[in-house]
Design a protein around this ligand. Sequence first.
Ligand SMILES: [Zn+2]
Length: 320
Amino acid sequence: MRGAYRKVRAVKNRLLNLVDPPVIILLYHRVADLPADPEMLAVSPENFRLHLTFLKQQFKVVRFEEDWTQLKKSAVAITFDDGYADNAVEALPIIEEVGVPVTFFVSTGNIGTDREFWWNRLEKILLQKGRFPASFRLDDSRFGRTWDSATLEQRHSMYNTLVALMQRVTPDRRESWLNQLEQWAGPVESGENFHRSMSHDEIKKLAASPWASIGAHTVTHSALSALTEEQQRKEIFTSKQELENMAELEITTFSYPFGRKQDYNNISVRLSQEAGFVKVASNFPGQVHRWTDPYQLPRHLVRNWDLSKFREEIESFWTR
Ligand SMILES: [Zn+2]
């Protein structure tokens, strides 16, 4: 039955595409070869070059912030979230070499510092080898609990639970948990910093490229739905303002952190409109048609696929 339903939907979508050619928006995060990548955010430079070359040969590639309502045929838009340094160091040269427009949504809280995103800090604390205490007790009025933590396997399951919980709490609460974990684990081997955000100069480099555009992605990368209206306002307006100061450009686009329906709410949508954004990206699959809400644009997440898998996935994006 499921197969039959999928087929009917695919035929329906193909017909719809003839009437109103859609745009599909791709979502990348990082271009890097990483020793470990538990969130599967990175695409290798080799695969990224193959993806872009294929897209440029096969489709019209449009800019995220353009008006798409007059497009006569279907098109693809490319976006990045978060603002990792590899966006400027690894991705931008490939983007310029191939020649396709890309929009980068940047969280500003770590820009110009060595601080890492909270999920990278959590990974660094929990997913390293070495001796750990037999258990960890999280001190929190609502989420407090104890985990077994002696083996790497136990810490993997602890990581998975905590990464999901930390998406749904305020930045202060998350910071307190990370501090508890850092004290409990003792000094973490710092090693090479694979996870830094862009520097001010790297933001300027993106701003100066004819192929790159910059959008906002909050300050602390928290799910907006976990925050009060005032906190949401601060996250949205401050990241816009900070990027405008750094890039010396008007910032007219935004993407919701995590971006699934449960990660933002009506207040987030209203504040995005109030901030003057013309388009806002979410993170669930779908196509953009003339009738799609410009403040909740669907995107397809891209993984580290080789070319044949990428072609197959792109093909499926036109029908789902
Ligand atoms: Zn993000």
